[in-house]
Design a protein around this ligand. Structure first.
Ligand code: RNT
Ligand code: ZN
Length: 417
């Protein structure tokens, strides 16, 4: 796109926003402090690098078989760097434990060590990318239906050991990058049909967590993710909303809001202002559920935009870690990264451009019509000109210019896999 056109459009937008009390230059500065935690698992359909990697289990599923999946660590890193070159700003990368650099060797989950992630740490430092981390309970012969809530002590202890090691690895990552590594703990534990030992499983889960968190670390932060149900685990989930929220509040852990993990009519955005009163910080797994927790690519739709607005309205950008969590294997995977990341950023930009101070006053004065009118007007403001300027200043493609870049990478790289 012509630079002068972007500048002209921005100048007009700047004036228009100034008339409603918004300084677009300040908003662009704020955008520089907004970093996504981009999930590593969109590039390879959540398979990872364990040499015996089997089918994805744990109630989650990738659908589609678009060619070009990253098959090894080199391909995955190349894809991530390519994606990052098309996304404005600087971002974090969120790793799962199954993405270790195992060098083709079988290292069971209760044996993983920092050394298996050393090449990630080095690579991330080299590229100025900060890392986050996740324990992996799924896709393993011992996953079954229950891991940390399993009554069989051998299986439960296996997963306790895995998760403890993940925390130690996250701490080493955090120390190396001199910035806390956020470690998410989600286990799929649940069952397909009517369950009568729920109390027992949840009590065991709680005890496992207490044991896992007994060690205090300086350079990592724990977060826990709740869920309503998984595929094949429809009737019971150990880590339900009440269980996880209760645990996080009692133990002051970060709560992870995965936007696909609630009942379809439940508003994930509404949780922000409540949870922030009771837990220190939030982690987000932004995704798009279509009819179920289908993990479609994030787009600019109401749930994502409302979530961003709630974060800005609560003045909580500094307390929210903005992760993405979707896996679509039916379209170009790199394209999926770029669409979802840019959609999350566009949603956050719109939230920052909202004339919230004016609308707050209207609300406090009981001027309901004016509040709704302004909220509607804000939607039609020229935010796109501000977005284009942000992309241009960051030196990434403006507008749809990223499409040919991805097509080129497909021809030259991913289609040859
Ligand atoms: C599953 C959870 C979980 C996973 C990733 C791979 O429903 O959302 O966060 O998607 O850890
Ligand atoms: Zn998630």
């Amino acid at each position: 796109m012509k630079e002068s056109l972007i500048q002209q459009a921005y100048a007009l937008a700047k004036e228009r926003y100034a008339s409603i009390g918004i300084d677009t230059d300040r908003v662009l500065d704020r955008m520089n402090d907004f970093h996504l935690s981009i999930h590593c698992w969109q590039a390879d359909d959540v398979i990872g690098f364990e040499p015996k990697a089997g089918a994805l289990s744990g109630g989650i599923q990738t659908t589609g078989n678009y060619p070009g999946r990253a098959r090894n660590i080199e391909e995955l890193r190349a894809d991530i760097l390519k994606a990052l070159s098309l996304i404005p700003g600087t971002h974090r990368l969120n790793l799962h434990a199954i993405y270790g650099d195992f060098g083709g060797e079988f290292v069971d989950r209760d044996q993983i060590e920092v050394k298996h992630f050393q090449s990630w740490i080095d690579w991330a430092l080299e590229h100025d990318i900060k890392l986050d981390f996740n324990s992996s309970s799924f896709s393993h012969p011992k996953s079954g239906d229950l891991s940390l809530s399993n009554p069989d002590p051998e299986i439960r202890n296996f997963w306790i050991e895995h998760t403890k090691r993940c925390r130690a690895i996250a701490d080493a990552i955090g120390k190396a990058q001199q910035d806390p590594c956020i470690m998410n703990l989600w286990v799929h534990d649940g069952s397909k049909d009517i369950t009568v030992n729920k109390y027992i499983y949840r009590k065991l889960f709680k005890e496992s967590l207490d044991e896992i968190f007994a060690t205090k670390y300086e350079w990592m932060k724990d977060c826990l993710e709740s869920k309503t149900f998984g595929i094949g685990l429809e009737s019971f989930t150990s880590g339900s909303l009440e269980f996880v929220v209760g645990y996080c509040v009692q133990n002051q852990k970060i709560y992870t809001i995965d936007t696909g993990h609630y009942h379809p009519l439940e508003d994930a955005a509404d949780k922000v202002s409540s949870m922030l009163l009771y837990v220190p910080e939030l982690m987000l797994h932004v995704t798009r559920g279509v009819r179920w927790d289908s993990d479609h690519v994030t787009i600019m739709e109401d749930p994502t935009m409302n979530l961003c607005k709630e974060i800005v309205r609560a003045d909580a950008i500094g307390r929210v870690h903005f992760g993405l969590d979707y896996f679509d294997a039916s379209i170009n995977r790199l394209g999926a990264y770029v669409i979802g990341s840019r959609a999350a950023q566009k949603s956050m930009l719109c939230a920052m451009l909202e004339p919230v101070e004016t609308i707050r006053e209207m609300e406090l004065d009981g001027r309901g019509f004016q509040r709704l009118a302004m909220l509607e007007e804000a939607k039609a403001m020229p935010w796109q000109a501000v977005w284009d300027m942000y992309c241009m200043r960051c030196g990434v493609p403006v507008g749809d210019e990223f499409i040919p870049e991805i097509e080129k990478y497909e021809v030259e790289v991913t289609s040859k896999r």
